[in-house]
Design a protein around this ligand. Structure first.
Ligand code: SF4
Length: 463
């Protein structure tokens, strides 16, 4: 059944028509709609799901909706939701409105002002069921506590319409999307998970995860992209799932996100993951400047990153590092050094160019505000970008940011190669630093790696 259509068969007498809306989730079929949908259907409600990244609101939002709940998975989704709200209200004026997800609590005041009285955090199944049942307004952080059901993906668009896996040779695979845990046990300062989970994480029972994978394999998935903030927060849990997946679905491949610290600590798992179908691991490296890594409380150093890269390479798993190159502590020599290191490690083809243009985002409630003196560097909160803007002490760094951002956007629009884009970035960085150095040579092993067809941002998004 297509998204936006009603699940008439599941309708129970007396239930409400609940519409779950996902503004954007990086091209992933959203678990955060499918799992609440299962709970709401069990509670006797009629559920429609709308994924605004694939479906126009006008064509899919039924006027008889009793409750509309918008999932805010990320910063970009939040901004899209703010823009969509007037249309949602005009189309279904009688509906109760709710916002939930990682970015909802930190934007609670704004959403209340915009006429959304109910704001819940992540794992909001119980809150949504309570609200759909007509029980009061509320606010929450990480909900938790609800049973884990088999996510109801039946009213979402088919997997083939979402982001796909692109192999190194250009072949494509249909991708499924699964979660094995929520939250994270770490406290990296810039991370949006931290204000909501505060260093806690919760595992989804392995049999539920595997049942969800099975239903996605049945729906055509050839690869599973795990969306956990960190796949190795619970290494035993992760190993159990990878083993079972390899046994039950031979040939199924996967990718996951793992922090550098965990790659080093659980290095013994990597060969087994490779045998179990792991094609690449995304890691939020953020910076190669140890002073910046310290500010962000990343718990890894540049040397750790190099070691993790070696371990993955030895295991036969590609590394897809993500970065936040533009921070208030970035220096022009430091940016050039980042580019040099990426080329030296043979990672030019592994780093999406947009990653070299990411600027540190400071949303409300960010733990970056705990850095002594940091708040003084910020400008007034910007309701347009939903963040606290900052300017670098050296205007040349901000100038380089603007120039790299424009170059990457223009180059990607005309499908320039990563090598060409990297060279252009190098030239701009040299110009800003007043240097005249040729771009670093690419190493022989610097080749395309498997990747998702839609850019993936870990912890930081373009502004
Ligand atoms: S950046 Fe990664 S490891 Fe750090 S708190 Fe966030 S999810 Fe956890």
């Amino acid at each position: 059944m297509r998204a936006g259509t009603e699940r008439a068969a599941a309708t129970a007498n007396g239930g409400r028509h609940v519409v779950l809306v996902s503004p954007y989730e990086l091209g992933r079929q959203p678990y955060a709609l499918a799992h609440p949908a299962a709970h709401l259907v069990r509670a006797g409600h009629r559920v429609s799901c709308i994924d605004l990244s694939l479906q126009p609101l006008e064509d899919h939002l039924a006027a008889d909706a009793g409750l509309i709940a918008i999932h805010l998975a990320m910063h970009t989704a939040t901004r899209i939701a703010v823009d969509a709200l007037p249309k949602i209200k005009a189309r279904a004026p009688g509906a109760a409105l709710c916002a939930y997800g990682l970015y909802a609590p930190m934007n609670a005041a704004l959403f209340r002002e915009l006429g959304v009285p109910n704001v819940f955090g992540t794992e909001a199944e119980r809150d949504l069921a309570r609200l759909a049942g007509g029980e009061g307004e509320g606010e929450g952080g990480a909900g938790g506590g609800a049973d884990f059901l088999l996510p109801d993906r039946s009213s979402l668009p088919p997997l083939g319409e979402y982001a796909s896996l692109i192999l190194a040779d250009g072949a494509k695979k249909v991708c499924g999307f699964a979660e094995t845990t929520f939250g994270c046990k770490h406290m990296c300062r810039h991370c949006p998970v931290v204000p909501v989970y505060g260093g806690r994480f919760r595992a989804i029972p392995a049999d539920r995860v595997l049942a969800d994978i099975a239903q996605q394999v049945d729906a055509g998935a050839e690869h599973i992209s795990f969306g956990d903030p960190d796949f190795l927060n619970g290494p035993t849990h992760a190993r159990r799932i990878v083993r079972a997946m390899a046994e039950q679905f031979p040939g199924l491949t996967f990718d996951a996100t793992v922090k550098i610290q965990h790659l080093l600590r659980h290095a013994e798992l990597l060969p087994e993951f490779a045998r179990g179908g792991c094609l690449f691991i995304t890691s939020a490296v953020e910076s190669l400047d140890d002073a910046v890594l310290e500010k962000l409380l990343k718990n890894h150093t540049r040397a750790d990153f190099v070691r993790a890269h070696e371990l993955l390479r030895a295991a036969g798993i590609a590394l897809a590092p993500t970065f936040i190159p533009f921070t208030p502590w970035t220096t022009l020599p430091g940016y050039l050094e980042l580019l040099r290191a990426i080329a030296g490690l043979g990672l030019v083809h592994s780093v999406p160019p947009v990653q070299l243009s990411i600027r540190l985002l400071v949303p409300d409630g960010s733990h970056l505000l705990h850095i002594p003196g940091f708040a003084r560097r910020l400008q007034p909160f910007d309701r347009q970008t939903l963040g606290w803007p900052w300017r670098h002490a050296d205007p040349a760094v901000d100038g380089l940011y603007e120039s790299v951002r424009a170059w990457v956007a223009e180059s990607e629009a005309r499908n320039a190669t990563r090598r060409e884009i990297f060279t252009g970035i190098w030239q701009r960085a040299c110009h800003a630093a007043g240097r005249d150095e040729p771009p670093p040579a690419l190493s022989q092993g610097d080749l395309p790696i498997p990747r998702m067809s839609e850019a993936w941002y870990c912890c930081a998004e373009p502004v």
